[in-house]
Design a protein around this ligand. Structure first.
Ligand code: NDP
Length: 330
């Protein structure tokens, strides 16, 4: 089986040379374990942090060792009760063709008719749940809130904006990195307004899109976007600080107006989705129904080519090559 290992740590933008493709023996199957053949693997922005040798909420990847991350696959062999050949599972040993793991570290998925199983890595998986928990619990969405979502054409952002619309919020604004993405937000996903953040100062673009201010900010980007949201917030505004991708390759933009949080009585709350596991059943019920009924729209940018295509897919994700969830197909 082939796997991707960390060859070196990047400075700035990751390069193909930071990754290495290696052949490895598949270990013998122990009691309670399963062998899973990867069909889709997720590349996610948080993985950039795992390339650094720095303490964080997930441990750094180690040089010379296989990478890991979200993946979906088919059980090809099982020595675990309740798991049989042909079962579809989500697990955390991506970046490899075959994964051997304790079955308790895998979650079986129940396929939905007419929906690709890859959805369980996106809209019905970790990114979708991040949008749900972040918007409803962390930002504590209220019905009349004007909502601003950055990174709005990505996996998390595209669902966050749609949840606000489906919950009946009057005005949802998104930002993204290209005219095509902006058009997708307003023409297909139901955002009330959207802008391309390359078109000027984010603070000005946001002010034009939200003349009466914003009440909730779902922050995927950080930096200049967060600074703009602080200016645009109404009194009592709430931000769910989900990510800060504008700074992941280093040299983050310094937000200069944090003091506005005082007079506006803002709540700025960071979160990590895994801390909200108790809300997963509610998420699967509500968003699962919307997906089944076609009320939530979602896109996947699927890179063909299997394990060896994964490093470039990850590099391209950080550059915004994706609309919706970025996945690698094996
Ligand atoms: P996306 O699908 O949104 O992909 C990343 C996107 O980021 C790109 O498509 C690109 O879109 C955008 N981007 C890249 N560079 C910049 C930049 N300098 N400024 C603005 N946008 C940029 O990824 P996800 O939906 O998986 O993740 C979105 C965010 O959520 C990330 O910050 C991630 O770290 C965070 N996250 C946090 C979790 C948590 O538990 N807190 C869990 C999961 C994700 P564009 O073309 O618009 O620039």
């Amino acid at each position: 089986s082939r796997e991707i290992r960390l060859a070196s740590r990047p400075e700035g933008e990751p390069q193909p040379s930071n990754f290495e493709l290696a052949e490895t023996d598949v270990p013998a199957l122990g009691e309670g374990e399963i062998v899973v053949r990867t069909t889709f693997m997720s590349v996610d922005p948080y993985m950039r942090g795992r390339m650094n040798d720095a303490k964080s909420y997930t441990p750094p990847w180690q040089i010379g060792q296989a990478l890991d991350g979200g993946a979906l696959g088919e059980v090809v062999e099982s020595r675990a009760e309740g798991f049989a050949q042909g079962d579809i599972v989500v697990h955390g040993l991506g970046w490899r063709e075959l994964a051997v793991l304790p079955a308790k570290h895998a979650a079986k998925v129940t396929p939905i008719e007419g929906v690709s199983n890859s959805a369980f890595l996106g809209v019905l998986g970790m990114p979708g749940f991040t949008a749900y928990a972040g918007l409803l619990d962390v930002a504590a969405l209220e019905p009349d809130d004007v909502v601003f979502v950055s990174g709005a054409a990505g996996a998390v952002g595209s669902l966050a904006g749609q949840i606000a619309k489906l919950r009946g919020n009057p005005r949802v604004i998104g930002s993204a990195g290209s005219p095509e993405k902006v058009a997708w937000l307003t023409d297909e996903l139901g955002f009330d307004a959207a802008f391309d953040y390359h078109d000027g100062k984010v603070a000005k673009l946001l002010q034009d899109a939200a003349p009466d201010g914003i009440d909730v900010y779902f922050d995927n980007v950080g930096g200049e976007h967060l600074e703009a949201a602080l200016f645009a917030f109404n009194t009592g505004g709430r931000a769910a600080l989900c990510g800060a991708i504008s700074g992941y390759n280093g040299n983050p933009y310094g937000v200069r107006n944090l003091f506005l949080a005082v007079g506006k009585r803002l709540t700025l709350r960071g979160f990590i989705v895994s801390d909200h596991a108790d809300r997963r059943p509610a998420f699967l019920e509500e968003v699962g129904a919307w997906v089944r009924d076609g009320k939530v729209k979602f896109r996947e940018t699927i890179v063909e080519g299997g394990v060896e295509a994964a490093p470039q897919a990850f590099i391209d994700l950080l550059r915004g090559a994706n609309t919706g969830k970025m996945l690698v197909k094996f």
